[in-house]
Design a binder for this molecule. Structure first.
Ligand code: OAD
Length: 237
């Protein structure tokens, strides 16, 4: 990294929560090796079989509530607290482990599992219990329209204007625990590389398919490489 870093954007994926006991998607034993993505993570799958989709997310929500943030989540919260420049944590994760570790400036581009949304009135609210086809919207009262507040394949990710604005002005981009297979997040590093202003670092268990797009890579479990990298950054402040 050269010069003084003023603005950081961090992208996280399922790998940062793996050591908290939440499964990743594409690793051996990942969720998409056990479930058909088109059945449980698309609007069409939800229309075809809402019971199956609710059961899938009810089980994931239960796991999430029992999980705890790990040392990698804690390190990113520490970095945010100590950082005086611009800071944005963009996560593809629907878990809330960043917030529970103390992160404040977090955007969930793929939504949040501990929230529900009404497909009729668009009301969004906190949701920790199970959800089913007879669940009524607490705002409009309509049944059969409540769904997890998560982004399914074929739907628009959230907060994209804010995310691109932060990417436009960032000079350090960290990509942590993501395979880089799902767009638009997978395209962030290529766009930054074209613009040529930000230093880009991949921190992952292993090299992702797109690792050559990054200027630097740190490889190993997130609970080791993320705290180590954060300490390094903070020492340079
Ligand atoms: P993936 O399952 O595709 O990738 C997880 C990445 O984490 C892999 O590159 C692993 O090598 C890495 N990994 C695993 N364990 C790790 C550990 N302990 N420490 C560090 N890295 C580790 O998950 P995502 O890239 O997050 O979207 O997937 C992106 C999106 O695809 C998800 O948000 C989800 C999914 O389908 C939707 O559901 C819309």
């Amino acid at each position: 990294m050269t010069g003084k870093t003023r603005s950081i954007v961090i992208l996280t994926g399922a790998g940062i929560s793996a050591e908290s006991g939440l499964g990743t998607f594409r690793d051996k034993d990942g969720l998409w090796t056990k479930y058909d993505l088109s059945e449980v993570a698309t609007p069409e799958g939800f229309s075809r079989n809402p019971v199956l989709v609710h059961d899938f997310y009810n089980a994931r929500r239960k796991n999430l509530i029992e999980a705890l943030p790990n040392a990698a989540h804690a390190a990113l919260a520490r970095l945010e607290q100590s950082w005086e420049g611009d800071f944005l944590l963009v996560t593809q994760n629907v878990d809330d482990l960043h917030e529970r570790a103390g992160s404040k400036r977090v955007l969930h581009m793929h939504g949040e599992l501990r929230k529900a949304r009404c497909g009729m009135c668009e009301h969004v609210c906190a949701w920790d219990g199970d959800m089913g086809i007879a669940t009524a919207c607490p705002s409009c009262g309509i049944r059969q329209a409540m769904r997890p507040h998560v982004v399914w394949f074929g739907e628009m990710p959230l907060y994209m204007d804010e995310i691109y604005a932060a990417l436009d002005s960032c000079d350090l981009f960290l990509s942590i625990g993501t395979s880089g297979q799902v767009y638009p997040a997978a395209g962030f590093v290529a766009e930054l590389r074209r613009a040529g202003r930000a230093h880009t670092v991949e921190l992952n268990l292993e090299r992702s398919d797109g690792h050559t797009l990054f200027a630097e890579g740190r490889y190993g479990p997130a609970t080791q490489v993320v705290p180590d990298y954060v300490e390094e950054l903070l020492r340079r402040l």
